[in-house]
Design a protein around this ligand. Structure first.
Ligand SMILES: *Cc1c(COP(=O)(O)O)cnc(C)c1O
Length: 379
């Protein structure tokens, strides 16, 4: 039967009916181990008791009033995000691409006459025209040109190329601290630190897109905290409300100072139910929770590595954001076979699979994954 849905996705022929923790169930009751978390979103798993309760309380109280009125829960979440990052203020929207759109606008306003943003080849910042124009993957632009002007691209993990791209029109550098969609690409240890130093020296804003790396995914609340670097703008979304749509732009004082009433807005941004969920998510990301994420990530990586498969080229990642690169273009085939055997993962391109399991994953889950993964790569 012809689908009434726009055919912009290639969907797997599986429909999930319900979820519980790290497990998903289809209509026939078949159980799946969720190692994708809805693309790095449901970090605390499905139907998490406290998060569901927090959202439920708000659901039964008030759904929406717009941002024309004060909001204590938004204020509380903003205080949490600014104290974690040492930044000044927060704008709430509904998604990652919207957060990046806002960041682009804020950087241009701050830059006054300087409007150009340097971004990285291979980056992914979202699908709307501004974020898409900032995404350094030409294949995503096909059919949609002209792109928004004012973006130039340098190779990822290459400070020198960024330095050479700077001119009198540059206002900011926009970067993912780990490239997610491109296949979990981790830059050199000092990359962010050197980048921040360069930005300070040249009076540029450093915009970090932590839409995927943030909210505990890499074992800190934000990945940049590993590097003791304070960016000027951080964009967040994906895991922030454990599955409800929410995005956030966290701004330094110098950015906050140039934004005035009327400069930007969103009808739905910072929806009360999503905010209630996010306030609980941040509270749950305690030091011991983050430590557990690191431990589980290390164990998972170690166990995959020790499979010693000739098909595996590298296993890389941080916390529970892990990429497995194969020596052959078999990623899609592996994803399908894992799905058949009840494990959900994602792929990046033709030779990398991405593992983004929920933080609440158990040792048992890791062992089940390894057993099934092993059976798939040896058939
Ligand atoms: C997913 C993602 C986005 C886009 O987020 P949406 O919520 O899908 O708009 C932007 N940046 C990064 C790094 C992402 O991983």
């Amino acid at each position: 039967m012809k689908s009434a849905l726009l055919q912009n996705y290639l969907r797997y022929p599986v429909e999930f009916f319900e979820g519980e923790g790290s497990k998903l169930y289809d209509k026939g009751g078949k159980e799946y181990l969720d190692f994708l978390s809805g693309i790095a979103v449901t970090g605390f798993g499905h139907r998490h008791k406290e998060i569901t309760e927090a959202a439920n309380i708000q659901l039964n109280k008030l759904w929406h009033v717009s941002n024309l009125f004060e909001s204590t829960p938004q204020e509380e979440l903003a205080v949490k995000l600014t104290s974690i990052t040492g930044l000044d203020s927060v704008f709430f929207c509904n998604s990652g691409t919207e957060a990046n759109e806002a960041a682009i606008k804020f950087a241009r306003k701050w830059g006054k006459k300087r409007k150009t943003i340097i971004a990285a080849n291979g980056s992914f910042h979202g699908r709307t025209m501004g974020s898409l124009s900032a995404s350094g993957q030409r294949k995503l632009w096909d059919g949609f040109s002209p792109m928004l002007p004012g973006f130039v691209f340098a190779d990822y993990n290459n400070i020198k190329q960024i330095k050479n791209s700077i001119n009198e029109t540059t206002c900011a550098v926009m970067i993912e601290p780990i490239q997610g969609e491109s296949g979990v690409i981790i830059p050199n240890k000092n990359y962010l630190k050197n980048l921040k130093e360069l930005c300070d020296k040249k009076n540029l804003l450093l915009i970090l897109d932590e839409v995927q790396t943030g909210i505990g995914r890499t074992g800190k609340i934000f990945e940049h905290q590993w590097h003791k670097v304070t960016p000027d703008i951080i964009t967040s979304a994906k895991g922030i409300a454990n599955g409800l749509p929410l995005g956030a732009v966290i701004c330094s004082k110098k950015v906050s100072d140039v934004i005035n009433p009327g400069d930007h807005g969103s009808t739905f941004g910072g929806n009360p139910i999503a905010i209630a969920s996010a306030n609980k998510v941040i509270d749950l990301l305690t030091d011991s929770q983050l430590e557990a994420i690191n431990k589980k990530g290390k164990l998972l990586k170690k166990m995959i590595t020790s499979l010693n498969s000739p098909l595996i080229k590298t296993v890389r990642g941080k916390g529970l954001m892990i990429g497995v690169e194969f020596t052959e273009p078999i990623a899609k085939k592996i994803v399908k076979e894992l799905l058949n055997k009840g494990v959900v993962v994602g792929n990046s391109g033709v030779n990398i699979i991405r593992l983004l399991p929920p933080f609440i994953l158990s040792k048992n889950d890791i062992h089940s994954f390894i057993k099934i993964f092993n059976s798939v790569i040896y058939t």
